[in-house]
Design a protein around this ligand. Structure first.
Ligand SMILES: Cc1cc2nc3c(=O)[nH]c(=O)nc-3n(C[C@H](O)[C@H](O)[C@H](O)COP(=O)(O)OP(=O)(O)OC[C@H]3O[C@@H](n4cnc5c(N)ncnc54)[C@H](O)[C@@H]3O)c2cc1C
Length: 435
């Protein structure tokens, strides 16, 4: 009889794998090292701001089929909000210009022919760059594929930096191309943006834990796995806080820890494992400002806007909070929170003010704020790092890998993480069936 599946890590890759296995009737145990599940997509109570915050703003697209299937399984699809249409408001700080990209719903990109829907100043000739991205080989970078011009500067580079969390000069065109084939190439219906109404944990984690517990899954938090041991060529032991535990003969394991933890954990088990070893940070700046009821127009509809030409990349308007995302933020490591809060607040005012109802205004000085730096938010999505991503199957028959850094064919995203969890769960099931 198939034994227990031990899942190390409690991020979204782990939860997606656990759901697949538990619904198929397998016995599952999750070991999360941190105080709560969710990993790099989690919410917490912020004492300074006196409200609940996400570690970072996360945007999903309707193209993220695995994520939406997961949300349906845990009954949480209705916890997301979004404009309900493929619209992306933008603000160019240098030009003082606002516009909204409005993609056409179907596959034919009629939007590029309409001045009211496309990027101001773009030339149709620049569209060649999108085709080049979608057909790019493994060694090409984003900058090598895009044609210089407004489409690149005002849409594609901002999108690529946030999708890859890597600068365009070194970012992998193939990874961006993979995302575009699943989204833009399928038309606007695949590009509708969504994000959690309340918080990442409330949408993606807590309802999953309820469902998993109802299926009998054991979930241990604060339970760091410190080592693994081989017995007759299989993972046979694991080191838990209370000591070494032996695995049963039919037991299997999914390692769903981040790339930076996996090499230490598998040193004695998978000595030849390769994994990405360069990372990019993401900086989020949350300002205490309650303007959700005061914004109008496309900002009120989308609740976020892209920013061109500044430090900020996206501004989200959330209940009680104005929240800014800066991706590929390693270059800001030396900036103090105070100087960042000041510079970025000026940008936030420029972006939000044109949409405020008459008679309302944002203060000149930044309100109370919290800076959250995720130092190793994702692996650096370069062609060289892409080559280090391992498949989920390992040389140890009862051990699989999962996580956004494994060879998913996508950049480090929730969709990639959840897909990797499913792939690992299905591979384990096949192996268990063979034995
Ligand atoms: C600020 C930020 C913004 C982002 N924005 C987006 C976005 O807009 N859209 C999008 O799709 N994606 C976004 N992402 C990426 C997304 O969050 C990740 O791809 C996804 O959450 C990764 O999930 P995972 O399960 O692979 O890894 P993780 O979330 O890292 O989960 C791994 C878990 O393993 C645990 N662990 C580690 N070592 C051990 C051990 N020895 N024993 C037990 N447990 C251990 C960790 O504590 C962690 O909980 C963003 C990420 C960040 C940080």
């Amino acid at each position: 009889m198939a034994g227990t599946v031990h899942i190390v890590g409690g991020g979204l890759a782990a939860l997606s794998a656990a759901l697949e296995l538990a619904e198929a009737g397998r016995r599952v145990a999750i070991y999360e090292g941190g105080p709560a599940c969710g990993g790099r997509a989690r919410s917490y109570d912020d004492k300074l701001l006196g409200c609940r915050l996400d570690n970072g703003n996360h945007l999903l697209l309707s193209a993220n089929e695995t994520v939406f299937a997961y949300l349906d399984r845990i009954g949480a699809r209705n916890t997301l909000v979004g404009p309900g249409a493929p619209i992306f408001p933008f603000h160019d700080l240098a030009a003082g210009l606002d516009w909204t990209v409005r993609l056409s719903a179907g596959r034919i990109p009629w939007w590029v022919f309409s001045k009211r829907r496309r990027v101001p100043g773009m030339r149709l000739g620049e569209l060649v760059g999108l085709l080049k991205l979608m057909r790019a080989g493994p060694n090409r970078t984003i900058s090598e594929c895009l044609e210089p011009g407004a489409l690149a500067d005002r849409l594609m580079i901002p999108l690529a930096v946030s999708v890859l969390n890597t600068r365009p000069e070194i970012g992998s065109a193939a990874l961006m191309g993979a995302v575009m084939r699943e989204s833009m190439a399928k038309g606007g219906a695949a590009c509708v943006p969504w994000f959690p109404a309340e918080g990442l944990s409330e949408s993606l984690v807590d309802p999953a834990l309820v469902r998993l517990r109802s299926l009998g899954v054991t979930i241990r938090t604060g339970c760091r796995v410190a080592g693994l041991g081989l017995v007759h060529g299989r993972v046979g032991t694991m080191l838990l806080p209370e000591g070494q535990v032996d695995l049963g003969p039919g037991d299997q394991m999914i390692l769903a820890v981040p790339a930076q933890s996996v090499r230490d954990l598998t040193a004695g088990v998978l000595p030849d494992l390769t994994a990405p070893d360069q990372f990019e940070s993401i900086l989020n700046l949350h300002y205490r400002a309650d303007v959700l009821d005061q914004v109008t127009g496309d900002l009120a509809r989308a609740r976020f806007a892209g920013v061109v030409g500044g430090l900020a990349e996206w501004v989200f308007v959330k209940p009680g909070i104005l929240s800014v995302t800066v991706s590929a933020a390693n270059h800001l490591a030396d900036r103090t929170p105070e100087s960042l809060a000041l510079s970025i607040w000026r940008e936030v005012r420029a972006v939000v003010s044109p949409y405020l109802k008459p008679g309302t205004a944002l203060p000149e000085a930044p309100p109370l704020y919290r800076v959250v730096r995720e130092k190793r938010a994702t692996f650096a999505a370069t062609p060289a790092q892409e080559r280090l991503r391992p498949q989920c199957l390992t040389s140890v028959p009862n051990l699989m890998l999962a996580g956004d850094w494994t060879a998913t064919g996508l950049p480090a995203t929730i969709e990639g993480a959840m897909r990797s969890g499913l792939v690992a769960a299905r591979a384990l099931t096949q192996v268990a069936g063979r034995h």
